[in-house]
Design a protein around this ligand. Structure first.
Ligand SMILES: O=C(O)CCC(=O)C(=O)O
Ligand SMILES: [Fe+2]
Length: 207
């Protein structure tokens, strides 16, 4: 029997039972061999960047490496800047097509985040930028080391649910999720393998 708030017991056919949220977690979306292959190729072929953000008046590099890919119109604002997408590589085009087949929804951009070790992280946020529309669709594919993904209600500080995002897993956030909830990938002192996360999105209103 799982304790409340842990992974088992929360899911019913992949759907996370969380009020005012639409979350589906598919731990085995991708087979292990393909997940290994995609991880290694993407780490190698991606022109990683580490943009700087202004935080408390200081300019600091984000604590992870990033890249933005997409259709030409899929300009996207993150870390305080508007980013022109890199054109899809053959591999990313293939991944996108597999996701579109799974979701039955179009996707026109992907943010790649590379967490080199436990000190790389992503702070609390909602993916609620205007260009994602009223009900943002975010399909998040995790490759590599397992990291904890936390959820809290907007305006609160208590973590209500956590997920261990596994190698080859897919987490889909949709509906009202970004209106009511924030998520993070916190730093950890536990040793962990490098992790690559790809969040595919649908940019609905080109800037
Ligand atoms: O790395 C993750 O699992 C989360 C990434 C994320 O929240 C984002 O790209 O907006
Ligand atoms: Fe996010």
């Amino acid at each position: 029997m799982d304790a409340p708030g842990t992974q088992g017991g929360l899911f019913d056919g992949g759907a996370l039972q969380l009020a005012d949220a639409q979350l589906t977690y598919l731990p085995d979306w991708l087979d292990g061999a393909t997940a290994d292959d995609w991880l290694h190729r993407l780490v190698e072929e991606t022109p990683w960047q580490q943009p700087e953000v202004v935080l408390f008046g200081r300019q600091l590099p984000v604590p992870r490496l990033v890249a933005w890919y997409g259709d030409p119109e899929a300009r996207y604002r993150y870390s305080g800047m508007t980013h022109q997408p890199l054109p899809w590589t053959p591999l990313l085009g293939e991944i996108r097509q597999r996701l579109v087949n799974t979701l039955g929804q179009p996707l026109n951009g992907a943010l790649l985040n590379y967490y080199r070790d436990g000190q790389d992280s992503m702070g609390w946020h909602s993916d609620d930028e205007r260009e994602l529309g009223a009900e943002p669709l975010v399909a998040s594919l995790s490759l590599g080391g397992v990291r904890r993904f936390d959820l809290r209600r907007k305006g609160t500080t208590r973590i209500e649910h956590s997920l261990q995002l596994e190698h080859g897993s897919l987490l889909v956030m949709s509906g009202q999720t970004q209106h009511h909830w924030q998520h993070q990938v916190a730093k950890t002192r536990k040793p962990c393998a490098p992790r690559l996360n790809l969040t595919f999105r649908l940019i609905r209103t080109p800037l």
